[in-house]
Structure formats: structure tokens, C-alpha cells
Design a protein around this ligand. Structure first.
Ligand code: ZN
Length: 529
């Protein structure tokens, strides 16, 4: 058998076969190439959409990319994580500034739960640790957790951290009972949770370490701060008064630092006295103080926080207000007439922030006592009878008063007309007290604290003294160079120490336990003659 091979034909066939293979390969190549280009194009598209915050469309592209296999999906996922992380940072800083975050934006971010959830978990861990390490305050943490909740809803993990954070905030200011309540409530939802349990044990332990305190209870008082020393110390006819009876923002800040460093702890008068009743009559019960080891109690008060007309022109602030975040701030005007709203220019907001930062400076959130007269309104609001804007001003001051009472501040009567109790007649004293009740107590609520103007006082046996007790005042405060406290079931008499220019000058030694007068003195304060 002869086999004829048509070499040409074979060549031809093989050529054609080769051509087909080549064609096929080229086809595949082009297909791969175009697929690659398409995939890359889609990844670019996705990136653009993320940048434009078109999350729903981006989600569609992301789904489409899955058919191109691992690498592109992965690349895309990385882009998404990156974009979401950036977006989340923006959302958080916006929310923390108090600007509303658009729900559409959050809805958009939620298009990518696989990438978004780990980011949120990481944020939760991060902020909680920052608070635990005392790098951020409780209100910052609470705000962050609030933002997280607005994004994720109240997840079980988030809710647990909210309990933990609140309990920790309470523990830090020695409110052990309340901290325990929070943790007990949390343990009902998370039975046996080791973290919650260990915090509860910590609270029990610390509560057991409190020690009885029998020493003196110093009470320091201040006037509204000098915000603009150039207006106070300006050699006008009030300048000497400002030098003698006021201190500046600079000085208060330094005093506060020293008090904290010297282990003082703010308490309230109701930390010392409980109100009770016996046979229908109000009685004052002196409580036994239990304090953290090494801490010394301290009460502070601010007199005449009324922002009288004369104060407005002489360097004090103008009024207490609530700022955009609902915190107490103070309104003032610079010597050039520029309006300033700040939390750094008056005792109350300064102390609020200080306690936020150092919760262990305050026993269970106590701050201080605000002693008010009434003849030019209260807290910078002209609420007094006869003021043309009284009704409006009353409406405006009420939320400020409410906020103060909710944040550790209490009120005292400083008389209506700033009269000298020892010098005025009984009749005038009664009228003054009644007027205070009518115009000031109606705003602040009842108080059992009376702070005599001018550091004056009336004594048991005096009809005016009797009248004060009958009017519901039980703790009567005067001024003295050292601690003085006398208490009976019917009343307590307490001396306060004046912290002002005179004290800086004449009481350096007596004040040394609290602060060094020389090192707190404002360089703007005129040198004593
Ligand atoms: Zn006064």
C-alpha cells in the first residue's frame, strides 16, 4: 500500500490549523485583555463613585466586579475600606462638632456592611480605650458612642460599652452606689459578663476604702471673675474695689490647679448636711463624711453672680448662657466691643470643664454654690420687678438655672438688695428676704442656704436670725479668716474664706495649704501700694 502524501496539502492543513490556533489564542488574548481593561475600568469607576459618595451605584459596580475574580474584587474592597474610613472620619468629626450628619450619607455607608462593620468595631474599641486611658473626657466618649449608635443602631456590643462608660464615669467621681446600679442593670442583659463583673468588684473595693473624715471643712468664696483686667484695673473709681475683692481668670485657673494638686475634693453643703423633719419641723442632720484616702473636702461659692450693671463696664462677663452644645458658657465683650462666647472665662464653665477632665476633683459631681441677690436680676438676666424685659428674661434664664442644678451647682440667697443684715432694721430685713423669695427663689427653686452680704451676720437670739430659720434657711454663711462650723439640729453657721486681692496680699501664710498667693497672681494685677 502506497501512501501518498501531498506535502503541500499537509502544509496547507497545518498552516490552517496553526492559523486557527493563533486566531483562537489571539481571541482569548483579546478577550482577557479586554476583560482586564474592563475590570480595571470598573475599579476606577468604583473609586470615582466612592469619591462622589454615590454608594448605591458603587455597590452595583462592586457586585459586577466579582465576576472578574479575586484580584479585582480585592482591589475594589480595599478601595471601599479606604473610602469608607475617610468618610467615617469626616462623619465623626462633623457629628462631634454638633453639625447634623445627613441620614443619606449614613445610609450610603451602610451599602458595604462587610467593610463598614469592622471599621465601626475598631472605632468603638478606639474611643473606649481613649476614655479608659483618660485621653478623652466622658462627654466626648458619650458623644462618640451616640454617633456610633446613630449609624449602627443600638447593637448589643455598643449598649454594653455605654453601660461600662457610664459606670466608669460615676466611679471616677466616687458615685459608687450609682455606678453599681448601672452595672447591675447591665448584668441583667449580659449575665456573667467578665468585664462588667470586674468593674462591679472594683467599685465595691473602692467604696470599702473610703475613710472617715473629721477635720475642718474649708469653704472658699469668689466673686465673678475679671475677664478683661485692662477694664478692671484702669484706675477709675472702682479699680481699687476690683483689686481688693476680685480675681482674674488667670488667677482662678492657677488656684484650681493648686487645689487639685493639694488633694482637695469639692463637696456640697448637702454632702455635709441632710435635711430631715422632726415633729413637722425641719431639722438639719450632720452627716459623717467618708472620703477617699488622702483627700480633703472643700466647698466653694460664688457671690453676686448677677452681673450687675457696673460689672459690665469693668471687665466682668455679661451673662451665663447655654452654648450650641447645651453647656454653660459666658457672654462677654472685649474692650474693643467684640462679642465673645466662651467656656474659659468664668468660674462655672471653667470648673465644669476642669471636673470633666479631672472627675476625681468632685465628690459625686458636686461643684459649688451660687449666691444671688435680686435687685438687678440674676446671672446677667434682668428679671427684677420693674425691668422692662423681665418676663422675657425669666423665660431665658430658666433653662440656664435648670442646667446648673443638673450639673452640680446649687443656689443660695445673698439677700435681695445686698443689705447688711446686722445693720438694717428687722422690718427692712423681712421685706428684703420676702422680695428675694418672690423674685429669685421663684426662678432658682427653694434653698436652705443664706449667705450674708458683706460677710455680716446675725446671731441666735436675734429676731432676724429667728426669721431666717422660719423662712427655711438653715445653713447661714458669713466670712472669717479660718474654718468655722457650728451646727445644731436647727441651723448651722459656717464661715467662708474670701479669695481675692486682699487675701492674696494679707493672707499668704494662711492660704498656703490651698495655694501660693504669689505664684497664682496675675501679672496684670497692679502691684500693691
Ligand atoms: Zn456680695
Amino acid at each position: 500500500m502506497e501512501i501518498k502524501i501531498d506535502s503541500l496539502k499537509v502544509k496547507h492543513i497545518s498552516f490552517r490549523a496553526g492559523g486557527l490556533v493563533l486566531l483562537l489564542l489571539t481571541g482569548i488574548g483579546i478577550w482577557i485583555l479586554s476583560n482586564t481593561m474592563q475590570a480595571r475600568h470598573q475599579v476606577d469607576l468604583l473609586e470615582n463613585m466612592l469619591q462622589a459618595e454615590k454608594y448605591q451605584e458603587a455597590r452595583g459596580v462592586f457586585e459586577g466586579l466579582k465576576k472578574y475574580g479575586g484580584t479585582y474584587s480585592e482591589q475594589a474592597a480595599n478601595h471601599i475600606t479606604e473610602a469608607l474610613a475617610g468618610q467615617m472620619e469626616a462623619v465623626f468629626s462633623q457629628a462631634l462638632k454638633g453639625d447634623p450628619v445627613s441620614p443619606a450619607k449614613i445610609q450610603g455607608l451602610k451599602q458595604f456592611p462587610e467593610q463598614f462593620s469592622p471599621l465601626l468595631d475598631a472605632e468603638l474599641t478606639k474611643v473606649t480605650n481613649l476614655y479608659w486611658d483618660q485621653k478623652i473626657t466622658y462627654s466626648m466618649l458619650a458623644e462618640e458612642l451616640g454617633v456610633l449608635q446613630s449609624i449602627t443602631g443600638k447593637t448589643t456590643e455598643l449598649a454594653k460599652y455605654q453601660y461600662l462608660a457610664r459606670a466608669e464615669m460615676l466611679r471616677r467621681q466616687y458615685a459608687y452606689d450609682e455606678a453599681e446600679q448601672v452595672l447591675d442593670e447591665a448584668l441583667q442583659t449580659y449575665p456573667g459578663d467578665p468585664l462588667l463583673t470586674s468593674r462591679l468588684t472594683q467599685c465595691w473595693k473602692e467604696a470599702g476604702q473610703l475613710v472617715p473624715y473629721d477635720g475642718p471643712i474649708p469653704h472658699l468664696f469668689f466673686h465673678p471673675l475679671i475677664v478683661y483686667p485692662e477694664l478692671a484695673f484702669d484706675e477709675d473709681n472702682l479699680a481699687q474695689g476690683y483689686e481688693d475683692y476680685f480675681i482674674t481668670v488667670h488667677e482662678f485657673n492657677r488656684i484650681l490647679d493648686a487645689l487639685y494638686k493639694n488633694n482637695y475634693l469639692l463637696i456640697g453643703l448637702d454632702t455635709v448636711f441632710a435635711k430631715s423633719e422632726e415633729k413637722g419641723k425641719p431639722v438639719l442632720v450632720k452627716k459623717k463624711l467618708y472620703l477617699p484616702p488622702g483627700k480633703k473636702p472643700l466647698i466653694i461659692s460664688i457671690d453676686d453672680l448677677n452681673y450687675y450693671e457696673y460689672m459690665l463696664k469693668n471687665g466682668n462677663a455679661h451673662k451665663l448662657i447655654l452654648d450650641g452644645k447645651g453647656n454653660i458658657a459666658v457672654l462677654s465683650f472685649t474692650p474693643q466691643g467684640e462679642k465673645v462666647i466662651s467656656r474659659d472665662l468664668e468660674i462655672i464653665p471653667i470648673l465644669d470643664q476642669f471636673v470633666e477632665k479631672h472627675p476625681d476633683f468632685s465628690w459625686q459631681g458636686e461643684k459649688g454654690i451660687i449666691a444671688l441677690t435680686g435687685y438687678q436680676g440674676v446671672l446677667g438676666y434682668r428679671t427684677q420687678d420693674g425691668s422692662p424685659s423681665a418676663e422675657q428674661e425669666k423665660k431665658e434664664v430658666l433653662p440656664v438655672i435648670r442646667h446648673l442644678k443638673e450639673t452640680g451647682w446649687s443656689f443660695a440667697s445673698h439677700g435681695y438688695g445686698h443689705l447688711d443684715a446686722a445693720k438694717v432694721s428687722y422690718k427692712i430685713f423681712v421685706r428684703d428676704t420676702l422680695r428675694w423669695k418672690e423674685e429669685v427663689e421663684s426662678l432658682t427653686g427653694a434653698t436652705n442656704i443664706y449667705i450674708y452680704p458683706f460677710g455680716s451676720k446675725v446671731l441666735p437670739g436675734d429676731a432676724k436670725f429667728r426669721y431666717l430659720l422660719d423662712s427655711g434657711f438653715q445653713v447661714l454663711c458669713s466670712v472669717g479668716p479660718t474654718e468655722y462650723l457650728k451646727s445644731t439640729p436647727a441651723y448651722a453657721m459656717m464661715d467662708r474664706r474670701h479669695i481675692d486681692g486682699l487675701a492674696f496680699y494679707y493672707q499668704r501664710d494662711r492660704l498656703r495649704n490651698f495655694f501660693d498667693t504669689e505664684s497664682v497672681t496675675d501679672p496684670m494685677r497692679p502691684v500693691q501700694k
